[in-house]
Design a protein around this ligand. Structure first.
Ligand code: FES
Ligand code: MG
Length: 591
């Protein structure tokens, strides 16, 4: 690389600026105080941040503390200097009231660090659900060279010879606990068996989804998403990632060069093929907005709905993370899509300087049980549909997880095969649902549609994962295991329920869900993509006026300062749940 290019490193404004000797000396001296040398900081070596998301509070990402040593080795070997710094922890299972409250907080923190400190490039340590979008959103806003490193999934969980998958085993075993087949201690043991090592959820939940999509977007080295956390290949790719970011700085390869509209279109298609989480549209739409790339839920339906499910991982299928890696991971999935002509943009650029097509063409699918060939999918049409109507402007439904029981009950009318009607039973938040669902006085039967509202980004700060509701116990005993669920909250990526989710605008923003009453007739038409309360516009307008006059839809008080701040400026789930004032800051470190 030419001397001239090296002299234009961003970090040199801090560490080697003869026009401003006072500040240069001040910036420099304190970074020397633990043993760094002037030679390292002043001779044109790229200074590389390692955005460390691992900590004792974030066990899914904790192994990044180990991996960072290999990242540092790679950075040094390529002629860079590593400066590791902490990121606000986000632990999906540990944070109350919900970890998604922290995605935007970690994003803000990362933006401040990347903008305000002498960094020429950054390694984004990703893993647990929201850590991935938070890091990619931050890199998008600042737009210095950035590369993502997954921590990798945990090893497969086993219990009595059966694979136990993160999250999915909880949904399964809680029914056995409720039925008295296992006791509390056995329940805890079975669930803990799903977490046998360091790493993130080994199912195709939101973590494996988002790490796979980071690779599909081109932000990780090829194969980087699926390697299990404890495998030697994980340490090896950590080294390669560190090495590569230094080269990326020298090549001036930035997030905006990689995360283009074309890259997002590829990621949507890959999301269908892997059976990705319903949280993916929220996060990808958010990353796109921070880059100024136009992307919405209509794109998800248009590009993703027809794509079949190829990856046979729990909750949709049977296998887990180690199997996914041994079958070939994301490159094998992309290769299957390319052979079928279904990857829209094989020419999209990735962090290694090659296109995704160059990286994945010829990648072998090593286990056809785990990654199905395109011609023998696990399910047809595995993407989402985007429903609209007087209930909301946009809500996502994953039609591929509709069970035969559900289809028989709701979608088997020969005159109307893609639509169903039911009577609304409305719950205002999860506490209300838990308190009342089993009350016989509600009269919930198989013709009921369960509505969960007050759980969007404003109503339940961060949007709760509570829309998949079980029917009342009495109904389950009669053999009704699932009712249609509609809500303005989210659903765990490890759940396989066909709920209508992420409804926007939410009740707290006076969307149609705020106006629905228990007893209203609701009609859902999957073919037309509509979801409506069957009442007149006059009645709807009257209800809206009455509710406004009463002060609007009520939601619980703020518990922390950040809850109040975020509620005041957060956008809806269909818009990525971004902080509205943040999206106007784009490419802020680009000169
Ligand atoms: Fe962290 Fe699933 S809880 S990855
Ligand atoms: Mg989750």
């Amino acid at each position: 690389m030419s001397e001239k290019k090296i002299r234009t490193l961003r970090s040199q404004e801090w560490f080697d600026n003869p026009d401003n000797p006072d500040m240069t000396a001040l910036y420099l001296e304190r970074y020397l105080n633990y043993g760094l040398t002037s030679r390292e900081l002043r001779s044109g070596k790229p200074i590389i941040g390692i955005a460390q998301t691992g900590s004792d509070l974030s066990p899914c990402n904790r192994h990044h503390i180990e991996l960072a040593k290999r990242v540092r080795d790679g950075i040094a070997a390529a002629g860079g200097v590593a400066l590791e710094f902490p990121v606000h922890p986000i632990q999906e299972t540990g944070k109350r009231p919900t970890a998604s409250l922290d995605r935007n907080l970690a994003y803000l923190g990362l933006v401040e660090v990347l903008y305000g400190y002498p960094l020429d490039g950054v390694v984004l340590t990703i893993g647990c659900d929201k850590t991935t979008p938070a890091m990619l959103m931050g890199a998008a806003t600042v737009n210095i060279p950035a590369i993502a490193l997954s921590v990798g999934p945990m090893l497969n969980g086993w219990h009595r010879g059966e694979r136990t998958g993160s999250g999915t085993i909880v949904w399964k075993s809680r029914e056995r606990l409720a039925a008295g087949e296992i006791d509390y201690e056995q329940f805890i043991d079975i669930v803990a068996s799903s977490a046998p090592s360091v790493g993130y959820c080994n199912t195709m939940g939101t973590a494996t989804t988002m790490n796979s999509l980071a690779e599909a977007l081109g932000m990780e080295l090829p194969g980087g998403a699926a390697i299990p956390a404890p495998y030697r290949e994980r340490g090896q790719i950590a080294y390669e990632t560190g090495f590569r970011i230094v080269e990326m700085v020298r090549e001036n390869l930035r997030p905006s060069d990689i995360m283009t509209r074309e890259a997002f279109e590829n990621a949507i298609v890959v999301n269908s093929a892997i059976g990705g989480s319903t949280n993916a549209p929220i996060h990808l739409n958010a990353i796109a907005r921070h880059l100024g790339v136009k992307l919405d839920n209509d794109d998800w339906q248009e590009l993703g709905h027809e794509i079949p499910l190829l990856v046979n991982l729990q909750p949709a299928g049977e296998y887990l993370g180690e199997d996914y890696h041994h079958a070939g991971g994301v490159p094998a999935v992309v290769a299957e899509l390319m052979k079928a002509g279904k990857l829209p943009h094989p020419d999209a650029l990735t962090v290694n300087g090659k296109s995704i097509g160059e990286n994945c063409r010829g990648a072998e699918n090593l286990n056809h049980n785990v990654i199905r060939p395109f011609s023998e999918p696990l399910k047809e049409k595995a993407g989402f549909i985007n429903l609209k109507g007087n209930l909301f402007d946009s809500a996502i439904m994953k039609t591929s997880v509709i069970s035969p029981e559900f289809r028989d009950r709701y979608l088997s009318n020969p005159d109307d095969p893609d639509a169903f009607e039911g009577t609304a039973q409305v719950f205002d938040g999860p506490e209300d649902y838990h308190a009342r669902v089993d009350d016989p006085a509600l009269g919930i039967d198989e013709h009921t549609i369960l509505i969960m509202r007050g759980t969007g980004p404003i109503g339940y700060p961060g949007a709760a994962e509570v829309v998949n509701m079980r029917p009342p116990a009495d109904l389950i005993k009669k053999g009704v295991h699932a009712l249609p669920c509609v809500g303005d909250g989210r659903q765990s990526g490890t759940s396989g329920s066909p709920s209508i989710l992420n409804a926007s605008p939410e009740a707290a923003a006076m969307g149609g869900l705020a106006l629905v009453k228990s007893g209203d007739r609701i009609r859902i038409d999957l073919k037309k993509g509509t979801a409506n309360i069957l009442i007149s516009d006059e009645e709807l307008n009257k209800r809206r006026a009455d509710l406004m006059a009463a002060g609007g839809y009520k939601y619980p008080a703020h518990q922390t300062p950040w809850q109040e701040i975020q509620r005041g400026m957060v956008d809806q789930l269909s818009e990525g749940m971004v902080l509205k004032p943040a999206v106007k800051y784009q490419r802020i470190a680009q000169t």
